[in-house]
Write a protein that binds this ligand. Sequence first.
Ligand SMILES: O=C(O)CCC(=O)C(=O)O
Ligand SMILES: [Fe+2]
Length: 238
Amino acid sequence: MDVDKALLVEVFGESSDGEDLEEEQSGFDNGSQPNYSWERIEEVKGLWLCTDFLSPQRQASLLSAIQDEGWFTEASYNQAMRFGDLPAWATELSASIRDVVLSSNNLDHGEDELCPFPLDLLWREPLFDQLIVNVYHPDEGICGHVDLMRFEDGIAIVSLESSCVMHFSSIEGTDSDIARTKVPVYLTPGSLVLMSGEARYQWKHEINRKPGFQKWEGEDIDQKRRTSVTLRKLRQIE
Ligand SMILES: O=C(O)CCC(=O)C(=O)O
Ligand SMILES: [Fe+2]
């Protein structure tokens, strides 16, 4: 087995017709029925959450593939970026994102609003060509921002290691109710967030991990190290 194949097998398991593996890899409980849980965040058009995107085993494998890159050898290193050709594990992750969108029930609905990722974005090649891995220690987060315009529409974020709340706030002025309201989204390890359209361009996203801000259903979230993988596509320069 060559190194790339060995790595892919480690991260994503052996391709096999065995039923158990099929279930593990595809999220299909009987080979035909999709069983991923997709949640549409109603307040933020274009924002979708798939809470069970990666099984615990795949989360562990993905983390070890990231670790094997050797990007985070010092505690002070907390971000790595790659452009263009992505590592094999990230290309596989992209393929899994395409698969999990295709498994959603809403594809043939015809209404973009009910599809987790617009189909024209889903079928672009490559789906993603830019990768950021962020490592956050307790109390560290990311300030409210809209991702840079140098990236196309259609952004994916995979969460690993621990849970956090990401807040979305409209970029509209501060006067309206909608601008004041922050929409909380609970990101658990193994979850996938997809942002397109309004969610990508009209809403800022932030993770405030200062004491008192990480609460879910009234309870403080116990902060631990969190790793995230963000996948985007660079805009072509015209
Ligand atoms: O870590 C995250 O979940 C978000 C990262 C992010 O928003 C970014 O890299 O632009
Ligand atoms: Fe971002």
